[in-house]
Structures are given as structure tokens and as C-alpha cells.
Design a protein around this ligand. Structure first.
Ligand SMILES: C[S@@+](CC[C@H](N)C(=O)[O-])C[C@H]1O[C@@H](n2cnc3c(N)ncnc32)[C@H](O)[C@@H]1O
Length: 212
């Protein structure tokens, strides 16, 4: 399993910089829409928050009524998550669920996957394998919500950018949507917010469902 030395080192500072789960109303509403989409189908299954970081959004999902597990490769981020939200389940793991086989049995069927600003840290060559590992565990109708810094320019699959903590890539929403489609997910909706004084890049929320 990969490690996240940048996030391990800067976890406490990250927590101070981002004390709230959502920076904008749009972020909050996107996660609320994801939750509602999952609850329409929700049976016995679990939802995972991939790259859950300090766990504040994982806790929000739990408070909204989902059975959720937060997954992150950074022990320091997980330490803060567990300290701040002792009632929520957090596990060390990778975006590619096939790399965390000890988690797999407990998480199937997987009705939802949330990945907020975490797939940006996955090398673009590995994204296909990550999405496949989710699709393998998700029933028809299972919901994915991705949030990521995006690009406007077409023609390049992903563009590296100078993220403050770890290597990161921005994606064009169409390209990410195509990657999801290849793995067996149909785009349901997307939002793109424009840069502002607090956000250098466009940011995309992209929701998709597991195809029949
Ligand atoms: C910008 S933070 C976002 C945290 C949280 N999702 C949120 O919205 O507040 C990115 C997180 O992704 C995690 N991450 C980095 N590489 C990852 C990988 N390969 N798989 C899963 N998570 C990863 C980092 O450890 C970090 O906690």
C-alpha cells in the first residue's frame, strides 16, 4: 500500500487550515445530493469515503444516516479523524480497493463511493484500476461522487499542478467522465465552479451511477 508522507507531515496544519467539512454551499449540497441518491437504494450496504483525510465529511455522511467507512493512506490524517469523530469507522487503505484486500469483505455491497479531492493524488495511469476496483464491488445503481480540481482545456487527460501537500493532477471533467464510463459508471450530473480568491482552479463535482 502507498504512503502519504506529505499528509502525514502536515496533518495537524491541514486540520487547522480546513476546520470545516465544506468550504462552499455547493460542496455541501453536492454531498447532500450524493447522500440522497444512495439512500434511495440503501439496503445493507456500506458507503466509503475514499481519502477521507481528517474525517469531517465522513462524519457528516454518518450524521445524514449512511453506514460509512472512511479510508485513507495517511496514519496522521486518520489519527485526527479518529480523535475528532470516535463514533465513525476509519481504516487505513488506498483508493484502489484491490490494494486493501483486508477491507474488501466488510465493504461489499458498496452502495456509494465518495472521493473528495483525493483522486487528484492518484497517478493518472492508475486511475483506471482504481475505478475498476470500485465497480467490482458496487451493485447496479451504486453511486460515485468525485470532487476534483479541474481543467477547461481539452486534449490532455490530466495536468499536474503544484499542490501544497502532495503530487497532484487536475482533470478535464469530460475525461474523468469518460474514465468512469470505461469502468462501468454512467455520469448522472456534474457541477463546475469557477476560480475565485480562495480557489485557484475550476472545481468539478461529478456524480455517476453503476450501469446495468
Ligand atoms: C485534500 S485531502 C481531502 C480530504 C477529504 N476527502 C476532504 O474532503 O476533506 C486529500 C486526502 O487524500 C488522501 N490520499 C492521497 N493519496 C491517496 C490515495 N492513493 N488513495 C486514497 N487517498 C489518498 C490524503 O492522505 C488526504 O487525506
Amino acid at each position: 500500500m502507498g504512503t502519504q508522507p506529505g499528509y502525514d507531515e502536515l496533518a495537524e496544519q491541514y486540520e487547522l487550515t480546513f476546520p470545516d467539512p465544506f468550504q462552499t454551499p455547493l460542496e455541501r449540497h453536492a454531498v447532500a445530493a450524493f447522500t440522497d441518491m444512495v439512500l434511495v437504494h440503501h439496503g445493507e450496504g456500506t458507503v466509503v469515503d475514499i481519502g477521507c483525510g481528517t474525517g469531517h465529511v465522513t462524519a457528516d455522511l454518518a450524521h445524514r444516516g449512511l453506514e460509512v467507512v472512511g479510508i485513507d493512506p495517511s496514519e496522521a490524517m486518520l489519527g485526527i479523524a479518529r480523535r475528532s469523530h470516535p463514533e465513525v469507522a476509519f481504516r487505513r487503505g488506498e483508493a484502489n480497493l484491490n490494494e486493501s484486500p483486508e477491507l474488501t469483505d466488510r465493504l461489499v455491497p458498496l452502495w456509494g463511493v465518495l472521493a473528495r479531492f483525493s483522486l487528484i493524488h492518484v497517478d493518472p495511469h492508475r486511475i483506471g484500476g482504481v475505478l475498476d476496483s470500485w465497480a467490482q464491488r458496487m451493485p447496479v445503481g451504486g453511486v460515485v461522487l468525485l470532487a476534483f480540481q479541474s481543467t477547461d482545456g481539452e486534449g490532455q487527460p490530466a495536468v499536474p499542478f503544484d499542490h501544497a501537500v502532495a503530487p497532484a493532477w487536475r482533470w478535464h471533467p469530460d475525461e474523468m467522465s469518460a474514465r468512469l464510463a470505461r469502468a462501468g459508471f454512467d455520469e448522472a450530473w456534474r457541477t463546475v465552479s469557477r476560480p475565485d480568491p480562495l480557489h485557484r482552479f475550476p472545481e468539478c463535482h461529478l456524480a455517476a451511477t453503476r450501469r446495468r
